[in-house]
Design a protein around this ligand. Structure first.
Ligand SMILES: [Zn+2]
Ligand SMILES: [Zn+2]
Length: 334
């Protein structure tokens, strides 16, 4: 059973199928769950992924990011050297997928990153019954409970009404979180132009072309006449931009940050955030444990984050579990 997938320094390896899932070093054949840079790296011989993930990799790394690419549809069965593989929605970012690997009567699901709460910018997670479930553990501590994202967006809009002279600068990771924040603002009825940092333009355009409407967006450049965000505008920018010189050119900037880490007060202070928005693209503690139960897996492998706490929970609940110590995945993407 343990032979079908095993942990190697390059990442999760299927020796029988001669492929890796989200390898952290260049390999001959890679199956990629989603486009975040710690999971989707350039330089593999062949890449198998969803259309959106391939497109996002090309946007980020250029057309030569892999020797060859193959697109897989969600639910489509592909056989690689006798090993059956299917991709299923993970609810994390556009194109994100869990990868199900079957062979010798064993089914293993590698979740990549996932969440269960609704996200207007990507397909919803589906629990896949399996023998072994490989789960992320980014927020695997009971202290992590994520409120409804719509509640956090309501807090943002309340602040915008309360401080109409201040530019609200929302730090949000460039792939997934930024587009989700924008889509949630639209869902909440906010129809004004939203200003975006230059680093977001290509990905926002791509989301639009892939059928995710984001409303009227404009680059947040103060140099171009007429394009500068008016007082009271909402600007979305990469997290690093909210507290640097870039943000100081706007009217009385108010630093907001959309991240699951905003549950932790110390992180809010560290980053100089005035308005923390607890919006996560990863599962919280309840979602993690609920999902493990729903897969019916008799064994769980935990990767990146707080593996030990999740492993302990599994053991207390009669599920065999172990941490997979694969170096190279980051939690900062959240
Ligand atoms: Zn991710
Ligand atoms: Zn990850």
């Amino acid at each position: 059973m343990a032979q079908l997938l095993r942990s190697r320094p390059e990442g999760l390896c299927c020796p029988e199928g001669n492929f890796f899932i989200d390898p952290v070093r260049p390999v001959e054949r890679a199956l990629i769950t989603h486009g975040h840079s710690d999971h989707a790296r350039a330089g593999h011989g062949a890449v198998l992924a969803t259309r959106e993930t391939l497109d996002i990799m090309e946007l980020r790394y250029g057309p030569g990011f892999a020797g060859s690419v193959q697109e897989v549809q969600l639910g489509e069965r592909i056989t690689i050297d006798g090993v059956e593989v299917t991709f299923h929605p993970a609810g994390h970012v556009l194109g994100s997928a869990q990868i199900c690997v079957e062979g010798g009567g064993t089914r293993i699901v590698a979740s990549g990153d996932y969440k269960r709460s609704p996200d207007p910018t990507c397909a919803s997670f589906e629990p896949i019954p399996c023998d072994i479930f490989i789960t992320e553990a980014t927020f695997a501590l009971p202290v992590f409970t994520h409120p409804d994202a719509s509640h956090e967006i309501a807090q943002l809009l309340k602040s915008v009404r309360q401080f109409p002279e201040r530019t609200h600068i929302v730090g949000a990771y460039t792939l997934g979180k930024a587009q989700r924040v924008i889509a949630l603002l639209r869902d909440a009825g906010y129809n004004d132009t939203i200003f975006i940092h230059g680093a977001l333009v290509k990905l926002c355009d791509y989301y639009e072309s892939a059928g995710v409407p984001l409303g009227i967006l404009q680059p947040a450049t103060v140099e171009e006449r007429g394009a500068a965000p008016p007082a009271g505008a909402i600007v979305v920018a990469p997290p690093a931009a909210i507290d640097d010189r870039w943000s100081r050119r706007f009217a009385d900037p108010l630093a907001c940050f959309a991240s699951g880490w905003m549950r932790i007060r110390q992180r809010v202070r560290q980053r100089g955030v005035e308005l923390p928005l607890i919006i996560s693209d990863h599962a919280d503690w309840e979602e993690l444990t609920q999902t493990i139960r729903e897969t019916g897996a008799g064994e769980v492998w935990a990767t990146h984050g707080r593996e030990e706490a999740l492993v302990r929970w599994c053991e207390l609940n009669g599920i065999a579990a172990k941490p997979l110590h694969i170096a190279g995945y980051e939690d900062e993407a959240e």
